[in-house]
Design a protein around this ligand. Sequence first.
Ligand SMILES: Nc1ncnc2c1ncn2[C@@H]1O[C@H](COP(=O)(O)OP(=O)(O)OP(=O)(O)O)[C@@H](O)[C@H]1O
Ligand SMILES: [Mg+2]
Length: 331
Amino acid sequence: MEGRAEILKSDGLYHVYDSNAEDGNVVALRGLHVTVYEGEAVAVIGPSGSGKSTLLKCLGGLMKPSAGGVELAGRRMTRITGNELVKLRQETISFIFQDSNLLPHMNALDNVAQPLRHQGVLPGVARSKAQALLDRLGMGERSRGMPEELSGGEQQRVAIARALITNPKLILADEPTGALDPITSREVLDLFKKLHKEEDVAFLLVTHNREVASFCERSLELREGRFIAQHGTDVDIGDLSGSRELIIDDSGTVTLPPDVLLKVGGPGRFEMQDIERDLMHLERVDDEKVEISKTQQFVLSPACPACKHNYGENEEQQCPDCGSSRPMVQA
Ligand SMILES: Nc1ncnc2c1ncn2[C@@H]1O[C@H](COP(=O)(O)OP(=O)(O)OP(=O)(O)O)[C@@H](O)[C@H]1O
Ligand SMILES: [Mg+2]
């Protein structure tokens, strides 16, 4: 993907859900960096509650992240005004969600045609394009049905048609085939593949489905709000240990996937015998003493990037307010 323009980019993305519950705020995203290039398909995988939907909502500008910026087609979303943002999103990006979010008072056809109507396309033209897409998704005969009269899978196909009608450059999809039977799911997937191959549409897809993940060029593994690894093509979600690359983020943090941690013998301290560019050799050590060099260029961040808690003189590694790990910053 080198040499291609970035369609979506975000750095240092944090999100905290405020909560009145006793267990306090939930830190759903902990400093994520994501880049999707034009025409690239990337899957996001990870267990339930790891932050996948939160990530998609923040990246799509549907939710404001607590910290960090998102660039869509080279433009910083937080810096542009409401109308411009709406226009940029309309022209570039479409969403497909776990729940299809159809407008309840409009039939399937009008739901699909609606984004084009918003762009000022004439009703007849918008409707015929909508009908053609519904035909393609096997929903041609149900186009006059109201959302409440449609099954979950049918509603999902209408939502997919609605997302595709504006010819987006990027599709953000959260479990797009979750509500579909295997046959329909494969049809949707074939359509995605075709859009990806023939029309260079980029995808960022949240999925548990290995067939969906395998059409992507790479997948990112999310756990507790951090990317812990990246996988190349032909990912077997059932066995994530193959072809896995670990990710070290810009604060120097590497989070080991649980199975890798187990393999290296669990948490502990490690000595680095050889360090070279692109190579690091770790060996477990038992002695207790840890010394931090005075010439260190990085210091603990004075404030929490997620909730702005001020650490003061404290050397805590984890934010007492929101539980985010404390990053190192340049001194
Ligand atoms: N509106 C909310 N208020 C408070 N906490 C929330 C809210 N939405 C999500 N969370 C919490 O944030 C974390 C991440 O949630 P998220 O929905 O992003 O997970 P997910 O990876 O999409 O999970 P799933 O696979 O089940 O859809 C979870 O701990 C969840 O409980
Ligand atoms: Mg989710």
